[in-house]
Write a protein that binds this ligand. Sequence first.
Ligand code: TRP
Ligand code: SF4
Length: 497
Amino acid sequence: MAETLSVPPEENSEQSFASGVSDDAIPAGASAMDSAENVSAKLKDVSSERRKRVVSGMRPTGPLHIGHFFGALSNWLKLQEEYDCYFFVADWHALTTHYADTSLVAQNTMEVATDWLSVGVDPEKAKVFIQSSVPEHAELHLLLSMITPLGWLERVPTYKEQIENLRDKDLGTYGFLGYPLLQTADIVIYDADFVPVGEDQVPHVELSREVVRRFNFMFGLRWKSRGFEWAINDGDALRILTALPLTEASGGQGESSIKYLQAIGQVGIENFRQKLGEERFNRYFDEKLILVAPGHLLTETPRLTGTDGRRMAKSYGNAIWLKDSVEEIRAKAKNMMTDPARVRRTDPGNPDVCPVFSYHKLFSDAGTIDLVNRDCRTAAIGCVDCKRMMADGLIRWIAPVQARRRQYEANPARVWEILDAGSKTARETAQQTMARVRNAVFHWDDARRKASDPATEFASTQPLAGAELTDVTAPAAKPPETTKSKPKGTSLPAEGK
Ligand code: TRP
Ligand code: SF4
């Protein structure tokens, strides 16, 4: 059950860090502040050296069973060897559906974390932490929520379905609608390269890519300081105009530099860049990559059969828990469903339809698997013996997991130490991202530089003030509206000065 396919993140995401380096001179007085440009440049250095980063979370649902192991954790164990992994307990996500009863969240967080550590998730290799211990996830979620059209969330395939499926809960809440966006924040706050996902979660990662693209456009594209003026002087204004759904009349005067940016949003930055040509684009525009669009690692998530032959699930009472005692495992094995057609000891059986055999394939050695596969079909082996052999294998397999568990159970404070240390480390990365994001949204750095040197000119810092919520990824249906109110307190060098 290895990852079967890896989809790279946005092709140009890394090199866009480089294009974020502005050639506008940074005034001497600004060196104390980490400007967005500097941060981008640094990020590039780091990103070219660092291991690719993977983020994954799990809700604190309580103790984990062997289905969780083969569905997700076995993959985490491989990922932590190869990637810079961020694994977190998604306690806020638990609230999106279970807000009515939070009494078990803390205890379940402990259960989940203890199971992770027991199976071999290694805090020396991966950051293991609690989502709500890194409140920056929530801050980024808030900022993303400002630019995300409601329709994008309502159209997430699982949304309506889940509301139907979980009829006993009122999921008509703001939090539940926004949960894919919270998940986006979880991922992009670490500049993740990849998210491991099953087929059903792919639309969530796709949404996060769309949101990132929109956010980067909203807060990352600006005219260079004097770029608009240069374009006019160089005779390129018309060239720009024809690459956009603007007419000369609508694009000619006044607040036009902002209108251009809005129009670029309508056709898409990439389309526009191509039409205008890389060189001209870079001469007049400044594009900063603020957030990185993640790729996904498609992971095969085999549905493990429970002891009754149905899918293993807590609610069916058919699970084998990672913390089950040897006695419990033997008892559950003994009661397992077998090939229903094999009624008497003398009836030949079919291992291919028998849940016990599917467990043999996971836990037994090759010799035992071959023996069962042969002797079941001729009734040379009985189910009682077969199940005992399977239980032997399962118990052998689970022994090291339980040995580690006993250590953590003897010292639960150690689990909290690991979670707190992991949260602290993760938070440092999250804080760096948020410094960059806040600056991109509010331009604190420009404001501070301006305060120390009022004569300095800056890029147009409010590219989309007053912009309508239009679907920037869709082709332009009509030319953009005129900006209703002119942004105040911003200097747009080319405009009537
Ligand atoms: N949505 C996942 C679940 O329901 C948990 C999760 C939250 C997650 N944030 C994530 C998974 C980010 C991967 C990446 O279990
Ligand atoms: Fe299943 Fe084993 Fe019985 Fe065959 S012998 S039906 S594989 S339990």
